[in-house]
Structure formats: C-alpha cells, structure tokens
Design a binder for this molecule. Sequence first.
Ligand SMILES: [Zn+2]
Ligand SMILES: [Zn+2]
Length: 299
Amino acid sequence: MKKKAGMKIKIWGARGSYPTPGSDFAYYGGNTSCVETRFGNRLLIFDAGSGIISLGKQIEEEQPKIKRILIFLSHTHHDHIIGLPFFKPLWMQNTRIDIFGPDLFDTNLSDIISTWFSSPLAAFFIEDVAAKITVHSINQWDNIILPPGAGDVVIVRKKLEYVTVGKEDAILSIHKNFSHPKGGSFSYSLKYMNKKFSYVTDTENYVGGDKKVCDFIQGSDLLFHDCQFTDEDYPSHQGFGHSSLGYVLAHTKKAAVKKLVLFHLNPEYGDEKIRAMETSAKAIIPEAEAAREGNFYSL
Ligand SMILES: [Zn+2]
Ligand SMILES: [Zn+2]
C-alpha cells in the first residue's frame, strides 16, 4: 500500500522548566520539550529537551537510514537543550546534524552550543562528537524552505511572495515572542502539502490576546501551545514568560485552529491537575488535549 504523504508528529517531551520523574507524572510524562516531525525524507526536531534522549535511541535503531537531522530550537533555556549532549546520533559517524535557532542575549547560537558542550559543563567538547554538526543562527525575518529529499535547506529573508516555492517544498516560518525572559523565544510554523503545524512555546499572555501570534497560527491544523498555568495560578506568575489556559483557548478560537495541544506543562502540576486542565479545555474546544509523551499526530 502506498504510504500516505503528509506530516507525522510525535511528542517525546512536553514538560516545562525541568524534567519531572515520578508516579505523579506517569500518565502525561516528565521529559522536557522535544517534538519529532517527519515528512518525505525529512526529520525535523523541535527543541532538544530531555525527551530527545529517547528519540535518539529510536534513531539509532533506524540507522543507517537517517543521514541528516534538523533541530530547531525555540531558545536555549536549559529545559530546551538539556538532552542534546545525550542525543545518540551525535555519536554516530556519517550523520549530519544541523541545529537552528536564535542568537539570544547578545550571544551567538554557535557560542551557546559550544559552551554547553564544553568542560566543566560537559565531559567533552563539541569537536569530540562523531557527527558533523553545523549550527545556524536564524532570525525572525527568515523563512526556511525545505525542498523534497534530505538535502540542504534554503534560508530566505525575503517575503514569501517574492520567493519561488516548489509544490513539494515545505516552508518553516518563524515568529519571535518578546514575552519570554530574558531574550524571547522563537515559535515555528511548518507548512507542507497544504497542512500547517505550529509550535508555540515559552510565550506569555497579552491582555486581549496577541494579534501577531494569532496571525502566525491562523488556520493551523495542529497547534502545540505553551500552557503552563491555570487561570487561577497565572496572576502570581505574571512575567514568568508562560501562558494560561484561558488565554490559550481564546487565542486558538480566534485563529481557527483545528486541533490544540496544551504544551510546556507545569512541572508542579501532577497528572490529576493536567487532566482537569484538559477537561476545561475540551469544554471550550472539543478538539483540545494536553500533550502526552508518545502521542502521535498525522496531518
Ligand atoms: Zn521552557
Ligand atoms: Zn524558556
């Protein structure tokens, strides 16, 4: 049977701030942000939280099939890069890993990654890994064109209407959230074969909603959105750089999103509290659910 073309998206980690092992977190999972996306011959990973460690083990089992891996970082807070040094493909020869993300806080992404992979923070240096790693600083004006196959991507700074895009090309767009301390974060939106997946994490409410985010996620078939706080808990955490449930729901309705996944779950909320948030979300948007490790979406 011919394989259905389209995007396949899998959650490997959806916990915010720090990993949460233990029985209170057994259902939704305790690994920090990592989302695998595949289409055609492409493998994209959004964020390299602790969830990327298990994904790396799966990729190892698939070798030698996967030669190239693209990692897109929302930003470089610990919870989004904590798994990177333990990602098995780093230690595989003949593997290319491209890491994309923002320069933050006046620091080049390449320098941030090199520091993370250096003594005394790590037991090795970036030069020690077996894979060929290339770090790409990108900014909020860039669009990234991913032609079919697994070859090089093209970073363009022009408006998309001035760029020739092939029918089978995927396009990754970026929105910069300035509402996450201290340097902001990137949200990503991936369009492939008339489907749209948006990944929006580590961003905080604006009263009345953020029109720019709304425009960015407009019409998404699937949206992963930061939802770290209940509406009750939000006021005492204003300024932490994360969203509350009521905001996410209002926002999602306005943007005509088809399916919403509550992401970047609060590390202090056990399964019971997350389930209650999920129930509240479903009452407003039936196609809403909380992120759970291992959940798989097909677009
Ligand atoms: Zn985070
Ligand atoms: Zn953060």
